[in-house]
Design a protein around this ligand. Structure first.
Ligand SMILES: Cc1cc2nc3c(=O)[nH]c(=O)nc-3n(C[C@H](O)[C@H](O)[C@H](O)COP(=O)(O)OP(=O)(O)OC[C@H]3O[C@@H](n4cnc5c(N)ncnc54)[C@H](O)[C@@H]3O)c2cc1C
Length: 398
């Protein structure tokens, strides 16, 4: 039997996230969105939000209680992220989803010594922001999905073994989330250049203050204004072997076992799809044309009905993927997570476009929320891999 009802604890968690999003995130987003100053550093504003969210347990939600986490499931995470994403998808995704998922990654890929050492901050409740970097400026990130076993295809950042350490050299793309503001980095580098990418990627944990780790300026994007993205330069970065996560060359396998990143991102986009729907619904009830609220014109009403139906369908896809992540990691990683991410982003883009249409000319003004919805939704297309390569990967599993 399928039971979609939430437990009392889950409903309380959802309310806590809703209240946090409305009272803490919303005012900060308003300040950042309304500022025309390109010099503004969003992290200066978002830092306090990240601290409060960490105190509420949103970044340690998935960690076992023995590490000071809440011992929650992926289903709990998506409930929280939908609420945060409804207010701002970039804060939900960049700060909370990424940190929650990478903390979980340490418990999956790390030895017990690494888990204790790297996650020691969780117990103290100190905020600890993570960044994860695979993409590079002169390499198509989609190469990560390439089935051709050609060693020349893919990432070039190289980790050379040197005694009890690796020396990393290379550059990561200007899109890397939290680059320059994070407390620690998970960097993907090749540990062999004569083997195909799938057999030569390794994952290194690198604290922010490691010598040789440098960052570019903040990248400005069409949306996601509250988040921070920049290049990472690795210039003879010495990483002790104790900071290699998993075995050398097993990075690709390990990443497949972290479907929570894509599922969490999908949940953020369900939040955006819902927000766009609710915004358009509210407008349609108030705007009068031909003597009646526009919601009473069938063509508008049907658009709103489709927005509601699609949001519901995306939510169920995400919940099912989250439930699978809690029971069958492999299936979630190969099929359910990419499917949920692709579908939720498609629905968010469609709802954002429709909301813009329902608002008529006001939809394209800066005063309306619809421009932000559309810009933020469009970014989901390529963030965490494009819908093309995700679907191509999926097809291989059919
Ligand atoms: C908001 C945001 C946050 C990001 N955060 C991070 C981060 O934290 N860390 C990080 O490492 N990276 C990050 N990225 C980078 C992101 O992962 C890549 O931009 C994304 O995977 C697309 O890769 P690309 O830009 O290199 O495009 P390419 O791989 O160059 O693709 C270009 C186009 O070609 C298509 N394409 C490529 N290959 C194929 C194929 N075989 N078949 C069909 N079509 C194909 C793609 O679908 C796309 O339309 C972020 C990106 C964004 C937008």
């Amino acid at each position: 039997m399928i039971d979609f009802s939430l437990t009392l604890e889950q409903r309380m968690l959802q309310s806590k996230a809703l209240e946090f999003a409305q009272t803490e995130i919303k005012p900060i987003v308003q300040i950042i969105e309304e500022s025309d100053n390109p010099e503004i550093e969003p992290w200066d504003f978002c830092q306090s939000v990240f601290r409060k969210g960490t105190e509420l347990g949103f970044t340690s939600l998935l960690l076992p209680k023995e590490y000071g986490g809440l011992g929650g499931k992926c289903v709990d995470l998506v409930l929280v992220l939908e609420e945060l994403g409804a207010v701002d998808v970039s804060i939900a995704s960049s700060y909370f989803n990424l940190t929650a998922a990478m903390s979980l990654f340490v418990t999956r890929a790390g030895t017990s010594e690494q888990q204790k050492r790297i996650l020691s901050h969780v117990r103290s409740g100190e905020p600890h922001l993570y960044s994860a970097a695979e993409s590079e400026p002169n390499v198509a990130t989609s190469d990560l999905f390439c089935p051709i076993p050609d060693p020349n295809i893919g990432l070039k950042t190289f980790a050379q073994r040197d005694g009890d350490a690796y020396i990393l050299n290379g550059k990561k793309s200007s899109l890397v989330t939290n680059a320059g503001i994070a407390d620690a980095y998970f960097i993907i580098a090749r540990t062999a250049l004569d083997k195909p990418l799938g057999e030569s990627m390794s994952i290194f944990y690198i604290p922010a203050n490691t010598p040789g780790l440098k960052f570019g300026n903040r990248t400005e994007m069409i949306g996601w204004k509250p988040s921070h993205h920049a290049e990472i330069h690795l210039d003879n970065v010495r990483v002790p072997t104790e900071n290699l996560l998993g075995k050398e060359g097993e990075g690709a396998k390990l990443l497949m076992l972290l479907p929570e990143v894509a599922i969490g991102l999908a949940a953020c986009y369900v939040g955006l799809a819902r927000a766009a729907y609710e915004y358009a619904l509210d407008y349609a009830k108030k705007r009068v044309s031909w003597g009646r609220p526009i919601i009473q014109h069938q063509s508008v009403a049907l658009k709103l009905a489709d927005m509601m139906i699609n949001t519901q369908a995306a939510r169920l896809t995400v919940w099912e993927a989250a439930n699978t992540a809690d029971t069958n990691l492999q299936l979630a990683g190969m099929v359910k997570a990419p499917a949920a991410k692709t579908f939720a982003v498609d629905v968010a883009i469609k709802n954002a476009q429709t909301a813009l249409e329902i608002l008529g000319g006001y939809g394209v003004t800066k005063q309306a929320q619809t421009g932000k919805f559309l810009a933020d939704a469009s970014i989901g297309y390529s963030c965490d891999f494009t819908r093309e390569v995700l679907r191509l990967g999926l097809v291989n599993c059919l």
